[in-house]
Ligand binder design. Structure first.
Ligand code: 13P
Ligand code: SF4
Length: 348
C-alpha cells in the first residue's frame, strides 16, 4: 500500500513514497493498491496503453482476460520477435520473468514491465548458472544451445538460444559432427535428439507443469473419448509424448487443432492455451490432460501470478520494471539474435 508521509516537503514525500513502493515491490513482487471495483479495467488499460505508448505482449498461458486485452498473444518465439520490432516506448510483458528479460535484452532502450516480479519459472530455476558453468567445462568443444526458458545469465553462457518452435531446425542447421550441449529442459532435449538423430548432452532440468501429466489417466480419458486426438507440448515426458498424435510448441498445438479434422482434443500443456483454441474453433471440444493427482497442476503457478488487476496497476504506475545488467545484455543478445536470424531464414 502507498503510505502518505506527513510533516515533510512534497519532494521528500514523493521520494519516501517511492522508496516504500520499491521496498514493497521487492517483498510482494507486485503493486498492491486498492482498485475502485466499479472501474472497467479493460477500458482503463486501453486508455493507459494509448497515453503511455505501451504495448501488451501476452503468452498463451496467461488467464483469458489478459489474453483479451493484449496487443499480441503468442508463443516464446513470436513474443521475442514482437519485442525486437515494437515501436512502443513501454513493453508490458504478460508472461514470466525470463520472457520479460528476453524482451529487455532485445530492446534495451525500452521500459519493460512485468505485472508480478515473482512470475518465475521452475524450468529456469532448474539450471543455476554457476552449476551450468561447471557442467560446460566437462564438455569442451561443445556448442551450447539453450531453450529460451532460462535466465538471462544462462543465455549469456550460450551459443544459440532456441524455443520449442525452432529447436529441431536450429540443431539441424549445425554440421552433423558438431558436438552439442542442450539445456535446461531434458524432455525437450530428448525429443529434439530423437527427431534429429543427434546425440545431445542434456542438462537435467524440467518444467513442473509439463512433468505432471499422468500416462494412466490420459489412457483412461482416451478410452472415454475414442475420437479425440491427443496433442502434447515437447516439454512433457517421453512416456506421455509416445502417446501423442501431434507434438508441438503452443503455436504448433493451436495451428494443429484448427487444421485437424478431429473435433475433440486432449491437450497436454498449460491450460491457458485452450482459450485461443476455443476462440479459433468454437465447435470443437478441448479437454485439458489430467495431472497425476487431483491438483490444478496444469495451471502454471508462475504464469497465473499475473492478473488483470496487477496488469492494470503495473501500466498505471510504470512498475514493476525488469532490468538486466548491461554486460549480460551484451552477451545474451548474441545467442538470441542468432536464433532470430536462423528463424527468419527458415520463415519461422
Ligand atoms: P512455447 O510457448 O514456446 O511453446 O513455450 C511454452 C512454455 O513453457 C513457456 O513457458
Ligand atoms: Fe516455466 Fe513450465 Fe511455467 Fe512454462 S509452464 S513458465 S516452463 S514453469
Amino acid at each position: 500500500m502507498l503510505k502518505a508521509v506527513t510533516f515533510t516537503s512534497a519532494k521528500t514525500q514523493i521520494l519516501l513514497m517511492r522508496m516504500d513502493t520499491l521496498e514493497e515491490l521487492n517483498r510482494k513482487g507486485f503493486i498492491d493498491e486498492p482498485i475502485n471495483p466499479t472501474l472497467d479495467l479493460f477500458a482503463e488499460i486501453e486508455k493507459l496503453k494509448k497515453e503511455k505508448n505501451a504495448i501488451i505482449l501476452a503468452h498463451y498461458y496467461q488467464e483469458p482476460d489478459i489474453q483479451d486485452v493484449a496487443d499480441y498473444i503468442g508463443d516464446s518465439l513470436g513474443l521475442s520477435q514482437e519485442a525486437a520490432k515494437t515501436e512502443a516506448d513501454i513493453i508490458v510483458f504478460a508472461g514470466v520473468h525470463f520472457m520479460a528479460e528476453t524482451a529487455k535484452i532485445l530492446s534495451p532502450n525500452k521500459t519493460v514491465l512485468l505485472p508480478d516480479l515473482k512470475a518465475g519459472c521452475s524450468l529456469a530455476d532448474s539450471c543455476p548458472p554457476h552449476l551450468f558453468i561447471k557442467f560446460k567445462e566437462k564438455y569442451p568443444n561443445h556448442l551450447v544451445i539453450t531453450y529460451v526458458n532460462c535466465t538471462a545469465e544462462l543465455k549469456a553462457l550460450s551459443d544459440i538460444v532456441c524455443t520449442s518452435t525452432n529447436a529441431v531446425q536450429i540443431v539441424e542447421s549445425l554440421p552433423k559432427d558438431q558436438k552439442i550441449i542442450f539445456g535446461p529442459d531434458k524432455n525437450l532435449g530428448a525429443w529434439v535428439a530423437k527427431k534429429t538423430g543427434r546425440d545431445l548432452v542434456l542438462w537435467n532440468g524440467a518444467c513442473m507443469v509439463h512433468e505432471i501429466f499422468s500416462r494412466e489417466k490420459i489412457t483412461k480419458l482416451k478410452q472415454r473419448h475414442p475420437n479425440a486426438e491427443f496433442i502434447a507440448h515437447p516439454e512433457c515426458e517421453e512416456a506421455v509424448l509416445q502417446m501423442a498424435d501431434y507434438i508441438g510448441s503452443t503455436t504448433g498445438l493451436l495451428k494443429y487443432s484448427s487444421s485437424s479434422d478431429a473435433t475433440e482434443f486432449i491437450v497436454a500443456t498449460e491450460s491457458g492455451i485452450i482459450h485461443q483454441m476455443e476462440k479459433a474453433n468454437p465447435h470443437k471440444t478441448f479437454i485439458p490432460a489430467p495431472p497425476n493427482n487431483n491438483c490444478a497442476c496444469n495451471d502454471c503457478p508462475y504464469m497465473k501470478r499475473n492478473t488483470l488487476e496487477k496488469l492494470y496497476l503495473c501500466i498505471k504506475n510504470g512498475l514493476p520494471e525488469v532490468n538486466v545488467p548491461a554486460e549480460i545484455i551484451n552477451q545474451a543478445r548474441i545467442p538470441i539474435e542468432r536464433m532470430l536470424e536462423i528463424s527468419a531464414k527458415l520463415g519461422l
